[in-house]
Design a protein around this ligand. Structure first.
Ligand SMILES: [Zn+2]
Length: 191
């Protein structure tokens, strides 16, 4: 089975505001009864997290599957990604052309993601990186590229839920409102 996660990533939060927004999001989740305020050992890769609250079911599409683990909030420069596998392709923000990293049958394409991995490493170290599109030759901010299945997000605030059913679009929209209308993306996967 493995452990599933869904991370609601705030794409617009700056490093300076991430902590305050994390507090605001947590306060909202607790007041809605989605998670509990007190922390327990309910998340992977973190000492403690917030377990599901009594109204967790209103956040998810399939309430028959009860969440078994909790929420860990991450702040600071983070490469959020979908765990096992990889992104099948990325889309250039300038020309909208796809750069494929895998074939239709998921065979890796040699060297296709070299420039992207280099940019991801640079962004992780410095917070700034661009990738030059092989189709239109424009260099674009790494954070502006779109990824298949939202596989990657490069950001400063993420709310990581372990072993929860898929969130509803309504819940994600409400979450974005709490984050001052920032753009949010759901990065999900399995470890
Ligand atoms: Zn392009």
């Amino acid at each position: 089975m493995g452990d599933h996660f869904q991370t609601i990533v705030d794409l617009d939060a700056t490093p300076a505001e991430a902590e305050a927004l994390a507090d605001r999001a947590l306060h909202w989740l607790v007041s809605e009864g989605i998670v509990l305020a007190q922390q327990t050992t309910c998340v992977l890769g973190a000492p403690a997290g917030h377990p599901p609250g009594e109204h967790w079911a209103k956040a998810v599409i399939d309430p028959d599957w009860e969440p078994t683990d909790g929420l860990a909030v991450e702040t600071g420069r983070t490469v959020f990604h979908g765990g096992q596998g990889g992104a099948q392709y990325a889309i250039c923000p300038k020309c909208a052309a796809r750069t494929d990293f895998f074939t239709e049958t998921w065979e890796p394409i040699d060297g296709a993601d070299d420039a992207f991995f280099e940019a991801i490493n640079t962004w992780h170290k410095t917070g700034k990186a661009t990738v030059t599109c092989s189709h239109c030759a424009s260099a674009s901010d790494l954070r502006a590229w779109k990824w298949a299945d939202d596989y990657y997000a490069f950001a400063y605030l993420g709310s990581e839920f372990w072993n929860w059913p898929e969130f509803t679009p309504r819940f994600l929209a409400d979450f974005a409102q709490v984050l001052e209308g920032h753009r949010v993306v759901r990065v999900w996967g399995k470890l």
